[in-house]
Write a protein that binds this ligand. Sequence first.
Ligand code: F6P
Length: 546
Amino acid sequence: MSTATSTPLTARRAWLALGAHYDAIRDVHLRELFAADPERGTRMTAEGASLFLDYSKHRATPETLSLLADLARECGLSERTKAMFSGEKINVTENRAVLHVALRAARGTTISVDGVNVVPLVHEVLDRMRAFTTAVRDGAWKGFTGRQIRNVVNIGIGGSDLGPAMAHRALAHYSKRDLTVRFVSNVDGTDFAEATRDLDPAETLCIVSSKTFTTIETMTNAARAREWLVGALGDERAVSRHFVAVSTNESAVRKFGIDPANMFGFWDWVGGRYSMDSAIGLSTMLAIGADNFDAMLGGLRAMDEHFRDTPFERNLPVIMGMLGIWYADFFGAQSAAVLPYDQYLARFPSYLQQLIMESNGKSVTLGGDRVRYATSPVIWGEPGTNGQHSFHQLLHQGTSLIPVDFIAFTKRLNPSAAQHDLLIANMLAQAAALAFGKTAAEVRAEGTAEALVAHRVFEGNRPSSVILGDKLTPATLGALIALYEHLVFTQGVVWGIDSFDQWGVELGKTLANRIAADLTPGADTTPLHDSSTNALISRYRAGRAQ
Ligand code: F6P
C-alpha cells in the first residue's frame, strides 16, 4: 500500500482543515450563501458526458469544494483511478482487478489483466450477444416446437437482476414492445409463479444470470423454470432452445444442462453490481437491440473518460462523491435520497441501493482496521412527483439532514409538453423549497394565525444536487450509471475501504442453509440455534403442518 493511503483519514491535513471549516460554516444558511454571491447558481455547476450538474444548493462554499478536492488528492484518488483503469488488483480482499471500465472500452483499446488484453475478449462476447439477440428479435431463433420467442425471463438476483431490471424499465421507450421481458429474483416461489403465469413456455426464453452460478435463489428458480418448461414441452431437449446462461462459471453451467455454446461469459474482474453492461445485460440487449446497447456503452465510456481526465474541481463523480463525504462525515447525515423526476427511472434508486450500499457499507479499512468515521449513508428514493405526497414532508420538516439528488431531463419522451413542464416545475420547486424554506416572518406576512406559525415554517438549508440530461436515451442512462459507479469509487478511496467485496452477505447465507435443513419435511431434530430462532422454527413447523 502506498504512503498516500497509510495516514489515517482523520489525521490528514485536509480532513482537519475540513473539520475547522465545518465549524465555521455549519450554521450558514443557503439563503446567505446565495445572497452573498449572485452568480452562485451558474458558477457552482459542472458538465460531463452530456450531463449537467447544479451543486449550488449545497452547504458548501468554493473553499469547501477546494478542501474536498485537497482531501481527494491527499487520499491518492488520481493514483487509485489510474490503478483501477490499468487493471491493478485493487479489490485486495479478493485479489481481483476491478475493470468494469473495460466492458465499455472501444475496440482496439488495450487493458491488461495478468498480461492479457481483456478488451478483445469483451468484444468477442458483445459480438456473440449481438448475433444471438438479433436472431431472437428477428424470429430466426426458434423455440423447441418451432414457435418464435415472444417472452424473455431473466432469472438472477442482486447485480444479476437489479441492473437489467432497472435498464429494462429505464429504456422501455427504445424497446421492442412485442417482446415481453420479465425478471425473477426472489426465492419466494411467488416471484416465478407471477412472472410466468400468463407466458407460453413454447415462446419463452429463460436467461439464467449468475456470476457464480451457485447462488441459491437463482439456482432454485432456474430449476423451477426448467421443470415448468420441460413439463410443458415434454422433452428435456427443449432446454437447449429455451435456456441460455450468463456466467463466469462454465462447469456449473454445463452441470445445470446448458450447452456452453448457449453461454455468454464474463470475468472475475467484473463485480456483480458493476455488471449491467456485461453479458448480464443480455436481457437489455434483447429488449432494446444491439445498436442501442452500443449507444449505452458509449455513454458509460464518455463518463469514464470524463472521470479519468477531468480535474477534480470540474469532475462530476468527484464533486458528488466528495459532497457525500462532507455530509456523511461532517454533518452526520445518515441517509441520502435519489429522486428521479422521470417515471422511466422508477427502479434507479433500487439499483443504486446495491451499487452504493453493497460497495461502501463497510466498517474496516483495506488494512483491516476499524474505521473511525461514517462510511456509506442509507440510499433510498422514489420517482417524483409521487414522493412529494409521501415522504417529502420529512425531507422538508423532519429532524434529519438528508441530501437529495434530483435527476431530470429537459426533453420528454411522451405526451404532453404541459405535463413535462409541470413535472420539471415540481422538481425545481422542491429543490428551491428545501434550500430556502420559508421564514416565520414570511409565514406571518401571509396572515397565518400565530399558533400555526411554527408548523408552517420551513427552515430550509437542506441540500440537493440537480442532475439534468437532455433526454433519457441509452447513452444518457449509461452516463448516469457510470457517474454513480465512479462516485462510489471516489468515496471508497477516501474512506480507505474495499468497495468491491461484499463479505457482509456471507453470514446470512450460511445460516439460511443451516436453518433450511431444519425446515425440510421430516427434520424433527431439536434445532440447535439461539432460543429465539429455535422457537420460531418450532412455531413455523407446527403452523406448516396444520
Ligand atoms: O449475495 C450478494 C451477491 O454476491 C451480489 O454481490 C451479487 O450481485 C449477487 O449476490 C448475485 O450473485 P451471482 O450473480 O453470482 O448469482
